[in-house]
Structure formats: structure tokens, C-alpha cells
Design a protein around this ligand. Structure first.
Ligand code: ZN
Ligand code: ZN
Length: 148
């Protein structure tokens, strides 16, 4: 997923839905596509406050919703009420997440075995599977050390 691909996807979605152009929304978009990994609405909001001190969290929230609806972002909850977002990389294989219950650290993993099992289940239950989520909760190595 290149930056220009994401930009096209964004512009197409705005056009297709007949939305008015908005400098502020564009700014939020620019900020989000630079992000690597997983982030929350608050992360984006505090980043934006540095350059735009009057921006409202509702605007950030709405823009993130729009980006989820347009398929640019994927949302995870990781067992919490708040959402975690990441860029939807359609070229990359489906990945799972390991979530630390103590510090909230998120590790991504790829597993051919899981992929195989999903394909097997697809056959067994005669399902057409669109997507799946694999989330594992536990204690990360760092927190295990500090527990001792
Ligand atoms: Zn941890
Ligand atoms: Zn991820």
C-alpha cells in the first residue's frame, strides 16, 4: 500500500459520497497515513494538537470513522472499549496480535498454520470467509521480568 494509493482511495471516497472538501480533514488524513503500527484516536489527537491547538477531538473521531468506512483503516478493540486503528494493508497477509494485559504492548505475528486452518474451516463449514481476527492476550517478556 503506497501513500499515493491511500490518497487516491481517500479522494475517491470523498467524491463518491459527495462530501465537501475540508482542509482540516485532509490534515488529519496526512497525519494518520504517516503512522506506523497501531494507534488510538487519542494518539492522533495529541499529535495534531501540536500543530493545530484548536482542533476538536470530535473532528478527529469523525475523520477516523470515515477512514474506517472507506477501508483505509482497520479497527481492533483488543478487549478494550476504545478502538485501535492501523492502515489496512491489503497486500500483506492477514496478521494476528499478541496483546500484553499489563502494559498494552502489541506485537504482530504471521502464521501459515493459522492461515491453513482458516482455509480448512472454510471448506469444512462451507463458508466464504472474508476476514478473521486472531487476538492473544497475555504478559509480554518485559512485564514478566518486572513481575519477578
Ligand atoms: Zn507488557
Ligand atoms: Zn496489526
Amino acid at each position: 500500500m503506497t501513500l499515493s494509493n491511500l490518497k487516491n482511495q481517500y479522494n475517491d471516497y470523498i467524491k463518491l459520497n459527495g462530501l465537501k472538501s475540508s482542509k482540516r480533514r485532509d490534515l488529519i488524513f496526512e497525519n494518520i497515513v504517516k503512522k506506523i503500527g497501531h494507534f488510538t484516536t487519542d494518539d492522533i489527537y495529541s499529535d495534531l494538537l501540536k500543530t493545530d491547538p484548536v482542533i476538536g477531538i470530535a473532528t478527529v473521531y469523525r475523520t477516523i470513522r470515515l477512514l474506517v468506512d472507506s477501508g483505509i483503516l482497520v479497527e481492533h478493540t483488543f478487549g478494550e472499549k476504545r478502538g485501535f486503528f492501523e492502515i489496512n494493508n491489503q497486500q500483506a497477509p492477514e496478521h494476528g496480535h499478541l496483546i500484553c494485559l499489563k502494559c498494552g504492548h502489541i506485537t504482530e505475528f504471521y502464521s501459515k498454520t493459522i492461515e491453513k486452518n482458516v482455509k480448512f474451516m472454510q471448506k469444512q463449514h462451507n463458508y466464504k470467509i472474508n476476514s478473521y481476527k486472531f487476538e492473544i492476550f497475555g504478559i509480554c517478556p518485559k512485564c514478566q521480568k518486572s513481575e519477578k
